[in-house]
Design a protein around this ligand. Structure first.
Ligand SMILES: Nc1nc2c(ncn2[C@@H]2O[C@H](COP(=O)(O)OP(=O)(O)O)[C@@H](O)[C@H]2O)c(=O)[nH]1
Ligand SMILES: [Mg+2]
Length: 326
């Protein structure tokens, strides 16, 4: 069916289909989320509203690291384990560079061949050329729809060189940084800030000649991470190899340990509550910008003020907002 004809069927048609696990409707609804056309945004909002009661049940895992760190291969292997344990898995791949080249997303698909064929797996690459707030919203809303469609494990892959990893950290339960050993933090373009956000740091490709180096790096990071402990969790350093399969049991154990803390002290719920506060704050800010700081009138006002130099920008900003209030 043509997509526009699908859209005409309305939000309930979508929400019921998604709750029943219809992938065509799920995919189309995600496209609506990604759209900037007001009519599509409105339809997407209505669909999300209808499925909201059925969301929140998945474990949300964020995975970052420089291109080539082995993220997609990791997801292929770890994902197989997760599905073998009876989970249904959704993989969302965000690539900030994909606006320019579709290369790495195509690469991801081939790295995840085993998952692509699995009926319990849904893979969705997200182009994310837009603003950072856009990445957060699109990924968060997509995650909600996947949860409503019955996926109970969500992995979000993002490249750790821009700022999309901050966006992903702000909406996932557990944040994992994959690193190559021996390349040095600076060489990998990993900013210290990203390391500080990580709940687990995994040295990848710990196989062949690389094993000793990877273990040594892991020890160094383990000591450094201990100083970076979060309020609710001490980050862990681990190694793994997607070739030999080494390290995956340990990673599973760490994630299970983290998830068990939901039972004892509601660790995930508390994180999500803090995240909700952050999401609301930035949504309000974006909405204000959209409402009051948009369009030609605003741009003309900026220009008219900027040539004068003898204005107090802080006072003028207040006047602009007062004048434009409903
Ligand atoms: N030796 C080795 N190579 C790996 C491993 N994991 C991934 N690779 C290779 O590293 C390259 C980049 O992997 P990919 O998963 O696409 O990285 P991404 O860009 O972080 O998603 C590919 O050529 C993989 O085959 C591993 O555990 N050991
Ligand atoms: Mg990849």
């Amino acid at each position: 069916m043509l997509h526009n004809a699908l859209d005409k069927k309305g939000p309930t048609y979508f929400s019921e289909g998604i709750l029943a696990g219809d992938r065509t409707l799920l995919s189309r609804a995600i496209t609506l989320i990604e759209s900037e056309l007001p009519s599509r945004t409105a339809l997407a909002r209505s669909i999300i509203e209808l499925v909201l009661p059925y969301t929140g049940k998945a474990f949300r895992l964020g995975i970052t690291g420089v291109p080539g760190a082995g993220k997609s291969t990791f997801i292929e292997n770890y994902g197989k384990k997760v599905v073998a344990n009876g989970n249904r898995l959704a993989v969302l791949a965000i690539d900030p560079s994909s606006g320019k080249s579709k290369g790495s997303i195509l690469g991801d698909k081939t790295r995840m061949e085993g998952l692509t064929a699995n009926p319990d797996v849904f893979i969705r690459p997200s182009p994310s050329g837009g603003a950072l707030g856009g990445v957060t919203r699109v990924t968060y809303e997509t995650m909600l729809l996947c949860e409503a469609a019955g996926f109970d494990y969500i992995m979000v892959e993002t490249v750790g060189v821009g700022q999309s990893e901050t966006a992903v950290r702000s909406i996932t339960d557990f944040f994992m940084l994959l690193m190559l050993s021996g390349a040095g933090d600076e060489l990998q373009g990993i900013k210290r800030g990203i390391m500080e956000m990580a709940d687990a740091l995994v040295i990848t490709k710990a196989d062949g000649n690389n094993v000793t180096k990877a273990r040594a790096a892991c020890g160094d990071y383990a000591r450094a991470l201990h100083l970076l402990r979060h309020e609710d969790w001490v980050p862990k350093a681990l190694t793994c190899s997607s070739i030999t399969g080494d390290g995956f049991n340990e990673i599973t154990a760490v994630i299970n340990l983290f998830r068990e803390k939901e039972q004892s002290d509601q660790l995930i719920t508390k994180r999500r509550q803090l995240q909700m506060q952050g999401l609301l704050e930035s949504a309000v800010q974006q909405e204000l910008l959209r409402k009051y700081c948009n369009g030609t009138e605003y741009l003309n006002w900026l220009k008219s003020q900027q040539i004068q130099l003898k204005v107090n920008p802080f006072a003028e900003a207040g006047k602009w907002l007062d004048k434009n209030q409903d």
